[in-house]
Design a protein around this ligand. Structure first.
Ligand SMILES: [Zn+2]
Ligand SMILES: [Zn+2]
Length: 355
């Protein structure tokens, strides 16, 4: 149940995912396997198609809240962030309990074009890109590299997007005209109140709210991880469960510069399958799981592993900071090649890394 839940993947190496273990056991025993989720992962849908010819789906429409997409393209991305009027209206409505979700400070690294205000993205895969010392743009999701030029207008003047989290907290208090309680990973006891602000972890902590507002959803949508889209969909799902269906007034607000992103289109239509279909196509083209095997190597022995793995052409290597991404045509090849590395406590291997 809830196949999309990241808690089903073991955090310790070798990072088993309960779904994959279950699928393999069922295959060996020749018994049917049923995976249930309101927002199944691409892997689950692909497995269902491979084994039984398809995924059954029932409409979420009756159980889904209203998803308000608030297009923030009216504000230049490098200016100080301001709350949108729908969010301010939600905060001012004192009959409603509100949770505002913000990313962890420092995790968001977005670049924007100073000339046309587009967010700078990887051309093959659409993720956010990082600017390197030599001024090239680099994507850690798919490894693509290109000169630091806007993909929309070819301008070379790029600016950092300023999330301004601390100012935003002050602004929330001013807009709400009631106390705004912040929740962090260190918050033990949940303070009693009607307006909360916190990272996505708050979606597991708070209950009984009427509104969830995502204030920087683009950093989720464009996160440099190949599963960013389905993880973003999972966040919307959690928020949807929290506020309840539209008949009972449930409403989720999403501030974004990407109102036409497939995740948001699917969410508005209460139809996650729409997103999964487009995502399956993208993954196939880019050679990402489930159409390839992927592992992330970390630890102090990465350099040695890199030189050893460099000797075979059965895997592709892509450095990601201090880590190394290893990709093979399938899981068997990946396991075979990684199995040839010397066992070491200074090398951590995460198979199909969630983050
Ligand atoms: Zn531009
Ligand atoms: Zn990319």
């Amino acid at each position: 149940l809830d196949e999309h839940d990241e808690a089903l993947q073991e955090e310790r190496s070798p990072t088993w995912h309960a779904r994959d273990v279950l699928l393999e056991r069922c295959r060996r025993w020749s018994v049917p396997c049923t995976l249930v989720s309101p927002v199944p992962t691409v892997t689950a849908v692909w497995a269902a198609r491979a084994q039984s010819g398809g995924a059954a789906s029932s409409s979420l429409a009756g159980r889904w809240p209203i998803i308000d997409i608030i297009d923030r393209n009216d504000v230049e991305p490098w200016r100080r962030r301001q709350l949108s009027s729908p969010v301010i209206a939600a905060l001012r409505d004192h009959s409603k309990r509100v949770l505002c979700v913000l990313n962890t400070p420092g995790r968001s690294r977005l670049l924007a074009c100073r000339s046309c205000a587009a967010l700078i993205r990887c051309i093959p895969c659409g993720a956010t890109v990082a600017q390197r010392g030599d001024d090239s743009l680099h994507c850690v999701r798919c490894g693509a590299q290109r000169p630091a030029v806007c993909q929309s207008c070819s301008s070379t003047a790029l600016a950092n997007v300023r999330p301004g989290v601390s100012r935003l907290a002050e602004e929330l208090t001013a807009a709400a005209a009631r106390p705004v309680l912040s929740i962090t990973a260190e918050t033990d006891e949940l303070p009693d109140g009607d307006v909360y602000v916190g990272t996505e972890a708050a979606l597991h902590r708070v209950s009984g709210v009427d509104r969830v507002a995502f204030l920087d959803f683009d950093t989720e949508l464009l996160a440099p991880r190949y599963r960013a889209g389905e993880q973003a969909m999972t966040l919307l799902m959690r928020a949807a469960r929290m506020v309840g269906p539209r008949e009972r007034g449930g409403r989720v607000l999403v501030e974004t510069r990407l109102p036409d992103h497939p995740v948001l289109r699917a969410a508005v239509l209460a139809d996650p399958a729409r997103f999964i279909s487009s995502e399956l196509g993208t993954r196939r083209l880019l050679g990402l799981p489930p159409f390839a095997g992927l592992a992330k190597l970390t630890g102090s022995s990465v350099a040695e592993a890199t030189s050893q793995l460099g000797a075979t052409d059965r895997v592709q290597l892509a450095p990601d900071g201090d880590a190394l991404l290893v990709r093979a045509a399938d899981w068997e090849t990946l396991a075979d090649v990684l199995g040839g590395l010397p066992r070491s406590t200074t090398l951590r291997i995460a198979i199909d890394p969630p983050r």
